[in-house]
Design a protein around this ligand. Structure first.
Ligand SMILES: NC(=O)c1ccc[n+]([C@@H]2O[C@H](COP(=O)([O-])OP(=O)(O)OC[C@H]3O[C@@H](n4cnc5c(N)ncnc54)[C@H](OP(=O)(O)O)[C@@H]3O)[C@@H](O)[C@H]2O)c1
Length: 214
């Protein structure tokens, strides 16, 4: 499902072209890792954002992203600006929050933003808006001036693509061109803690709750 989410969001909305720059966060997780690797296969330049040195090294060295940044770095917005000298053509939105704030001014004219998830906000239903000026009114104006495409989607919206996904992804997996990682948690009783850990970035790869050995 996360692999298909990445494939469909890119195929239908992001449409990275050779030489374009794509940015994705939660880049060591199943959606982000697949997004970045598919974009590399399409000859785009890929910047991944992940929390901590271990995940950053994995994204850069094992997944083959061009650049990997840590969103927890105090100068993250400056690092991101330096990493995209030609601006951002596709931002695959997995997280929202501070990463989105850093990305927004760097989007190029005609950039595409598949809005897949906003995990930074999942735990904040009752929270107050962040401090500072209300930036919401400026967003439509930016979308107009830069002719941006923002489109939310749920992977099942694109089920017609599933057979094509199985063919193309199946071949990539067989050829070793797409890597993935799973993070096993044993026992249903540990599922709630695993979910809380995922919201904190404690998982490293797709969280799978294992109920029993085969
Ligand atoms: N639209 C759809 O159909 C669809 C389908 C599947 C998943 N999704 C969404 O896709 C996104 C990724 O899913 P996944 O299963 O691949 O997750 P994941 O990467 O396995 O786990 C989520 C990751 O988000 C990162 N994160 C958490 N809080 C963050 C914050 N405040 N700022 C930046 N990063 C933060 C953490 O990684 P770091 O340690 O690297 O920060 C965490 O490991 C989620 O938003 C999910 O809800 C959408």
């Amino acid at each position: 499902m996360p692999g298909f989410t990445a494939y469909a969001g890119l195929h239908e909305i992001g449409r990275p072209q050779a030489g374009e720059t794509l940015v994705v966060a939660a880049a060591s997780g199943p959606v982000g890792a697949t997004v970045g690797q598919i974009a590399r296969l399409r000859d785009a330049r890929v910047v991944g954002i992940a929390g901590g040195e271990r995940k950053r090294a994995y994204v850069r060295d094992e997944l083959g992203f061009d650049v990997a940044l840590d969103h927890r770095a105090t100068d993250f917005p400056e690092q991101l600006r330096a990493a995209v000298p030609d601006g951002i053509d596709v931002y695959f939105e997995n997280v929202g929050g501070a990463v989105f704030d850093a990305v927004l001014p760097l989007l190029n004219d005609f950039a595409r933003v598949p809005v897949c998830g906003t995990i930074a906000t999942y735990n904040r239903r009752d929270a107050q808006p962040p401090p500072g000026p209300d930036r919401v009114p400026a967003l439509p104006s930016l979308i107009l001036r830069k002719r941006l495409t923002f489109r939310g989607f749920i992977q099942r919206d694109f089920m017609a693509l599933f057979p094509q996904f199985l063919d193309e992804m199946g071949a990539w997996l067989k050829e070793g061109r797409i890597a993935y990682r799973e993070d096993f948690v044993d026992g249903l009783e540990n599922a709630p803690r695993a979910l809380i850990g995922l919201l904190r970035g404690e998982n490293f790869g797709k969280v799978v709750v294992r109920l029993a050995e085969e």
